[in-house]
Design a protein around this ligand. Structure first.
Ligand code: SF4
Length: 294
């Protein structure tokens, strides 16, 4: 895949462990190579951990969700399961957030300290959002803060967005036009896989978020995110039954948006060799973003 990248984008890619190739000046001047930069999806030199960024990036302080007070363990164990709130498909953004914060429609509500709803919101003028990035099941850091992609994966995700050339607002602030959500709103269990039934039960929240945001491109990062966005049949035994490697590398269509499936940044921290494949997926998403109507 060929793409013009400026020096800042190439530097950012180098920092996160993705190599790019461009013709030598002598090749260009002699006419033996085109001046366009080619991004080659090759494995970076395999650091055991994600390459640290050169500048320490402060984490933005986000207020905790007002409707989701910290729940003690004894409180959470007393929650009984209930049906999904009615009217999710018509509810507005704030109402949806409050409904998720109090939801008891699956057993994951017992794991929840804070519901993990979104970072970012629909544009006030009703315009489409450029990028919606959907994460998997919340982990401990996300449960503690209520923010999707919180934890070590955040730094890598922001670096990749900056390498895409999206407008950076500095630090770990999200670029303009990007919204993060979690496929499921409650922390997953450390003891078992998230079930297909739990993914399906929570899917109406995600579907309504997508309807309100109207994203040009959806990035589904991870198996659960892919299953929730693409609405894999609920009779799949577990989210693990989805071959993520077969879903990535192509453009799907769902919810009226182009959907690109790729690896979750937390996985990329454990498997740096796959960063190059993830970058190839992001290049695919960038091409879709340019082609999508505004
Ligand atoms: S994971 Fe989703 S469906 Fe399950 S309790 Fe939380 S908000 Fe409700």
């Amino acid at each position: 895949m060929s793409m013009n990248l400026d020096s800042r984008q190439r530097a950012m890619l180098a920092e996160i462990g993705v190599r790019v190739w461009q013709p030598l000046e002598t090749e260009i001047s002699s006419g033996t190579a085109a001046p366009a930069i080619t991004v080659t999806a090759v494995a970076a030199p395999a650091p055991e951990r994600a390459a640290p960024l050169t500048k320490p990036i402060p984490r933005p302080v986000a207020p905790p969700p007002p409707a989701a007070p910290l729940i003690t363990r004894s409180d959470s164990q007393t929650r009984s399961l209930q049906a999904l709130p009615v009217g999710i498909a018509e509810i507005d953004w704030q109402g949806l957030k409050q409904a998720a914060a109090g939801c008891q429609a699956c057993a994951l509500c017992h794991n929840r300290s804070h519901s993990v709803f979104a970072e970012g919101s629909p544009a006030a003028n009703g315009q489409t959002v450029d990028w919606l990035i959907v994460g998997d099941v919340p982990g401990d850091a996300e449960d503690a803060s209520g923010l999707p992609f919180d934890g070590p994966a955040r730094q890598l995700l922001v670096a990749m967005l900056q390498a895409m050339g999206l407008n950076s607002r500095g630090g770990q602030a999200l670029p303009d036009g990007v919204v993060l959500v979690s496929a499921l709103k409650c922390r997953g269990s450390s003891q078992r896989q998230t079930s297909a039934e739990e993914i399906a039960q929570c899917q109406p929240y995600l579907a309504r978020q997508i309807a309100l945001l109207r994203p040009r491109v959806i990035l589904a990062l991870g198996r659960v995110a892919a299953q929730a966005v693409l609405q894999t049949p609920a009779d799949a035994p577990t989210a693990d039954s989805l071959p993520l490697g077969k879903l990535r590398g192509q453009v799907h269509q769902a919810h009226g948006s182009a959907v690109i499936v790729s690896y979750h940044p937390a996985f990329l921290l454990r498997s740096p060799a796959d960063k190059a494949r993830a970058w190839a997926d992001l290049c695919l998403g960038m091409a879709q973003s340019k082609a999508a109507p505004g």
